[in-house]
Design a binder for this molecule. Sequence first.
Ligand code: G6P
Ligand code: MG
Length: 220
Amino acid sequence: MLKGLIFDLDGVLTDSAAYHLQAWNDLAKSIGITLPPAANDALRGRSRMDSLDLILAYGRQQTHYTLAQKQALAASKNTHYQALIKQMTPADILPGIVPLLDAARAAGLQLAIASASKNAPTILTQLGLMDRFAGIVDPDSLQHGKPDPEIFIKAAETLHLAADEVMSFEDASAGVAAIKAAHQFAVGIGDATVLAAADVVVPTTAALNFAALQQAFTAQ
Ligand code: G6P
Ligand code: MG
């Protein structure tokens, strides 16, 4: 029986994924790297340092920087990102999300956040959504990033729910892989080809419908 919903944040509740990408693109350019179109999905859901490593790999610059230099590059991206998200308000919640959260609450479901972002609490506060979530996984408590299942396993644990009692939402292929590795029901939001491993894929959050999702979950 469905008892809880687990949400990725960036690109699911709000379009902060676009800000992450913009800040990474600018950082990459500053060190002479042009990101390929595939970076749009590949960077989604990856921790800050994993993202930087991927960018350096795109530019074949993995060995060009010391750990301290990499930490400085990551910090510079984060400063830029924090400036971009400063202006976010509840108007930046993506279409379909508030009705979904309302329907879930009306059905007595528990909600949790599984975001790798250390900026997640700031964004949730700015969106006015902080009080909706009973559990928020602390990214500092994680050993492995997505596509490892750890974050989704921990999110279900914060709600005291089993893997087959939750439905998890993601916009990244690495995130969908993490959900499936955690043996949970996956809802992908985005390109059906990229997110083919999900149990259900919708093109945008506007197409999320609680009754239809509940039906798909029961029918699995
Ligand atoms: C999320 C985003 C990634 C981001 C990661 C770390 O998973 O999808 O794009 O790199 O969080 O975010 P942070 O705000 O801690 O740098
Ligand atoms: Mg995401």
